[in-house]
Design a protein around this ligand. Sequence first.
Ligand code: MG
Length: 381
Amino acid sequence: MKNISILGSTGSIGTQTLEVVRSNPEAFRVIAISGNSNIDLLQSQIAEFSPKYAAVYDEKKSMELKHRLGNIDTKILCGMDGLIEISTIEEVDILITSVVGNIGLLPTLNAIKAKKTIALANKETLVTAGEIVMKEALDNGVKIIPVDSEHSAIFQCLEGCNIKEVKKLILTASGGPFRGFNKEELIKVKSSEALKHPNWSMGKKITIDSATLMNKGLEVIEAKWLFGVMPKEIDVVVHPQSIIHSMVEFIDGSLLAQLGIPDMKLPIQYALTYPKRIESSSGGLDFEKYSKLTFEKPHRESFPCLDLAYEALELGGITPAVLNAANEELVLQFLDNKIGFYDIPNRIEKAMNKFKGIKNPYINDIIEADKITREYINKSF
Ligand code: MG
């Protein structure tokens, strides 16, 4: 039995994590959950899983939840302090960091210091502070197990391998809803079209990131830190069927790939049961249904976010945090139909040019870079 704490239990990965728990009640026990403000869902999760703690980031909403629940055994916490508290509980074995955005950074760092295994589903943690987080994990002997399907695939392919024998990591990308679109077509696309992802059912932010290929760019940055390779050793290939979740090429020219149907519950479950595997409801591949697997190069000119991410990774320092913060704000604006598709990469590039310089940043520099970038994006255009 593993005791788990879920940072962000009301989001897409969080609810799917609870589905995995629901199917395997003998394997996992939910000690803590948290949400941003969706207290209706938190309330029903508390009723079902009886966690010892539930944290609500929004202070007012936490009061409301407390009021609604009355006298129960679940302790209700709030704010960043609450998120940090549920990340460091003594009896917890694994923290699943499934919150969206930079809000996951401090709780994750605190969990590492408390020597919790991290099932990492929060992209921003490694994108913005990869060097600091990985060093902290190494110093504390903490394992970081990726939940994202691409990194989970690479993690699985690398089991028992020597990283020195790896030539390349190859991240697969579905290409998103606008695969094959040219620039003229992309200028006109609306957020409602971007939200129709062909293969994966995900949250809104990541679905827009998939449409711009920024999602793949962020995954390239994460892969560098998770697996300790150089940026030039990470490739991206578009694979529209999303059956091969990623690959590793070795120095002898041999490749290992991990395959499966596009179902996030698989990598979530593997992260929770690692190094073991247990049965799941997913089942294997129906080869008749997926009789054709195809591959193509990403169209870097039409989707400049991918190259911007590589550039941010090369520049290092605070630049990946600037890229990430600018992207988060611009995705919100795009979702509100305030800006067009290409305003996202164009304005990210401007922010990257404006804020650079700090090498080897401390965590406070990263948090500050995040803040000033958001202000710049929201006030300057
Ligand atoms: Mg992914």
